[in-house]
Design a binder for this molecule. Structure first.
Ligand code: HXC
Length: 305
């Protein structure tokens, strides 16, 4: 099939499921940050495949709206929502207790919740650093730990998908806090796949590329001018940006029985955008200037002590 927009192969029709219907029937899937953005897109694909869903997040109104939306997805199982700041390990345990009572111990955990904003590294306050690292890395760990401990104690298998970022490999100028945290999230995947593999716990990472969605903040949107999902973008090797469902397809595959032998892997779904820098050498503009903070005087020849 040809994509009339770019003359490239088109993605599968959006009405189709990537996996057989009912793949997740009878399974409980917990998605953090599932009330908005890509978390909600991922939760939607699990719902379409019959999962019982629990979405967790910090903002009750958004969670409630998303809960109603997800419950209306054709094929969806039961849908619950829990207010949870994943930085609080006691609250995390309570959410698992409530999930277990209402739906059963989650079979799948999608660690999607993350915090982020751009900043020159030198301007990050200790609290700004902590806000991002505590949510993105430590919160992910608290969720993962709770999920792992409960499955290990019960002797049941489970699958974890950690949403990551490609700057876990490359570094992320302007995002030192988030890039360091996402590198930690990726490393947890590699460690725990081995440590918990013998107990039937599978863990993979999933990295989104540019997936415009309605909840994207202006800060994160940055230079992403093409706000429509799937919009043409000549800077991308795929000549377009992503459609959020494409991330959901990958997540539902990774946690499915069809990917049981895939573990400890981080899959990048970005049309090879992150590899682009290996063939193009863009001019280096200091982060301060990109963010309009004004330059420091560069003194590369200054004497070193
Ligand atoms: C500078 C900021 C800031 C900003 C917060 N801070 N926002 N500093 N620029 N835009 C600082 C505050 O001044 C404060 O430091 C500290 O961070 C904590 O702020 P709070 O508002 O008290 O914290 P909290 O409400 O816990 O969290 C704020 C937040 C969070 C971190 C901004 O609300 C958030 O992340 N929202 C966006 C969620 C999001 O978009 N997630 C998607 C991530 S995408 P001081 O010193 O003043 O006390 C992703 C991958 C992207 O992760 C990859 C491609 C780019």
């Amino acid at each position: 099939m040809e994509n009339p927009q770019h003359g490239l192969p088109a993605p599968p029709p959006l009405g189709a499921a990537a996996l057989p219907s009912g793949t997740y029937a009878g399974q409980v899937v917990l998605v953090t940050g599932g009330g908005t953005g890509l978390g909600k897109a991922v939760a939607t694909e699990f719902a379409r495949l019959g999962a019982d869903l629990l979405i967790a997040g910090r903002r009750p109104e958004q969670l409630q709206a998303a809960r109603d939306e997800l419950a209306a997805v054709p094929g969806a199982g039961r849908v619950s929502a829990a207010v949870c700041d994943i930085r609080d390990p006691e609250r995390v345990a309570e959410v698992f207790d409530a999930a277990q009572a209402a739906l059963g111990l989650p079979d799948v955990l999608v660690n999607n919740a993350a915090a982020n904003f751009p900043s020159p590294a030198e301007d990050l306050s200790p609290n700004a650093w902590r806000a991002v690292v505590d949510i993105t890395l430590t919160g992910t760990w608290f969720m993962t730990r709770e999920f792992g401990r409960r499955h290990l104690a019960a002797g049941t298998p489970g699958s974890i998908v950690n949403i990551g970022a490609s700057y876990a490999w490359t570094g992320g100028p302007g995002f030192a806090h988030s890039a360091a945290a996402k590198a930690g999230v990726k490393n947890l995947v590699e460690t725990l796949a081995v440590e918990w593999g013998p107990y039937g716990i599978q863990i993979n990472g999933l990295v989104p590329g540019l997936f415009p969605h309605a909840d994207m903040t202006a800060d994160i949107r940055g230079g992403l001018e093409h706000a429509a999902p799937g919009a043409k973008d000549a800077r991308q090797p795929a000549l377009r940006v992503g459609v959020p469902r494409e991330l959901g397809w990958a997540a539902t595959f990774l946690a499915s029985p069809y990917a049981r032998f895939v573990t400890g892997h981080t899959l990048v779904v970005d049309g090879a955008n992150w590899q682009r820098r290996t063939v193009v050498s863009p001019e280096v503009v200091p982060v301060r200037e990109q963010l309009g903070r004004g330059p420091f005087t560069a003194r590369p020849d200054a004497p070193r002590p």
